[in-house]
Design a binder for this molecule. Sequence first.
Ligand code: 9G3
Length: 578
Amino acid sequence: MRQSTLFASTLRDIPAEADAASHQLLLRGGFIRQLAAGVYTYMPLGRRVLRKLEEIVREEMDRAGAQETLMPALEPAELLQQSGRYRIYGPDLFRLKDRHDREFALGPTHEEVVTTLVKNEISSYRRLPVTLYQIQTKFRDERRPRFGLLRGRELLMKDAYSFDASWEGLDVSYRAMYEAYVRIFERCGLNFRAVEADGGAIGGEGGTHEFMALSAIGEDTIAACTCCNYAANLERAEAGSVRQEEQRVVQGEQMSEKPRQLEKIHTPGVRTIEQLTAFLGVDASAIIKTLIYEADGGLVAVLVRGDHEVNEIKVKNYLGASEDLTLAEPQAIAAAIGVPTGFAGPVGLTGNVRVLADAAVAQMETGIAGANEVDYHLLGVVPGRDFAASECGDFRNACEGEACPRCGEGKLQFHKGIEVGHVFKLGTRYSDVLGARFADEGGRERNYIMGCYGIGISRLLAAIAEQTADEHGIAWPRAIAPYQVHVIPVQRQNAAQMQLAEELAQRLSRLGAEVLLDDRDERAGVKFHDADLIGISVRIVVGKHAEEGKVEYTERVTGVKELLTAEEAVERIEGMRN
Ligand code: 9G3
C-alpha cells in the first residue's frame, strides 16, 4: 500500500475530546474518526486491525466447534418484553418504530433472538449441543460514552450462545468457550486475567467469568491473590474468610466474658465515620457503620465495620432484588426510623427495617454505633446481645492486602481492568421465559440449558492500543498490526533510496507480506513521527546506506536495530511471517 494514497491523515495535536491514551492515539494515527458521541468510523488503518481481530476470534470460535451466524440488529420489541428486559434496560435501549408503527429495538445483545431461532429449529436432544456465534454491531445508548471505542454506543461484539440438554453439557460448552477466549487473548498479545464475576441482570445462574485487560484506566477492579490463581471482580470477590467469621456469630449469648455496658454519649453534629473517629479518638474498625438502602420498595439497613465498604452487588444478590440498590433518601430514613442519616444504628431500630450484618461486624466483641437519636451514639454495642445479627453474610468489598479467601496464604492485590470478554452460564433463564424446549431421551419436554459468551471486539482493539501505547504512539502486536512491515525511504528526492525502497516493497508484497510504503514527499522527521503513530512494529528504513544496498531493519517493541542487505531484510521478514 502506498502511503501517499492511503485514506488516513495523522493529527499533529491531541484532539480535545480524547479522554484516554488509546482514544487520542487512535484518532491521531488515523484509525478512527468520531461521527457522534460514542459513534465512530473505522478508517482503512483501523478497519484492517479490526478485521484481524475478527479473524482471530472467528478462527478460535470455529476451532471450538461454534457455528457462525448473523442475526438481525432489528429486534421486535415484544421479544425483549417477553424476557422482561425491555423494562430493565430502559434508557440504554435504542428504540424505533417501523412504517406500520410497530416497535423495534436496535439489538444490544441477542439472547432472545437466538433462543427463538433455536426453539424453531431444534426440538430433540439428538440435535444438541449446539453453539452459535456472530460478529455483529450492537447498540447501547450509554449515558456517558467515553474513552473512545472503550465505551461506545455502537460496538462490534462477538456474541456466542450454547444450547445443551444438561448442566453437565453446559459445563463442557462453557469450558470450550473459556479456553477459546484464553487462546484469542493470547494471540492478540493482550495482558489479561480471567476473573470470577457477577452475573448481573443477565442472570448467570451457574457462575460467570470476565476476561480483564489490565489497564490503569479500566473501570473494573480485580482482586487477585499473590499466591494462588484466585482472581475475582471486586463486585464478587469474597471478603475475608467469611466461614470463620460466621462460626463466631452467636445469637443472644455473650460474645465476650466481659460484656461492655451499653453507654449513650452525646456527639453533637458528629455524623460521618471520620468525624466520629476524630471525636472519640478511635479507629474506624471499632465502629459499626449503618447504611440504609431502598431495595424493591423496602428499607434495608446494612451494617459494616467503619473501615469497610458495603458491596451493593453482594447485598442485591443476597436480597434477590430485581433493581440496583440505592441509598434511601434522608426523608425516607427519618420517616422510617425517626433519625437522619449519620445517627442510625442497629440497636432499637424500628420501622420494620431489615438488618443485614456483614460477618466482620458480627465478629466484633463490641462496637460504636449510631443511637438512633440525633447527636447521640452508643458505646459498648455487642452484636447478638444488643441487636440480633440474624442475617449475617459477606456484604462488604474485600480489602487490598487481606488474606486470600481461597488459599489463605496469599494476599489480595487490586488491579484495574477493562472487561473485554464475559462468559456466562445462563441455565434456563431464557429458554424458560421463551418456552424454548426439546424432548429428552424419555420424550419429556425440557428447557435448553444455555450459556452466553461475549467479546467486545471494538473495545478489545482499544484495550490493546491502551496496553501497547508509549509516548510515541501505539505499538501493535504483529498479529494485528494494520500492515506487517513499514518501508520508509528517507529522501523522496534520492533516486537510489526510492528505487531500493520500491524494489523491496515489491518483493515483499510478491511474497505475500502486507507492506506499507511511505512514498510521500515529506521530511524524514514527519515520516518517522507518522510511522510511530501508525505503530507497525517492523520497519525498514532506506537511507544513506542505500547506495551500498543496505537498509536499516528495526523492531519497535524489542528495539532491534540492524543494518542488513536487502536480501537479508527480505529473509528476516519472511522468517517472521512463518
Ligand atoms: C440491553 C442493553 C444493554 C445491555 C444488555 C441488554 C449488557 C445486556 C449483558 C450482556 C450479556 C451477554 C451476550 C454476549 C455476552 C454478554 N448491556 N448486557 O444484556 F438491552 Cl440496552 O450483553 N450477552
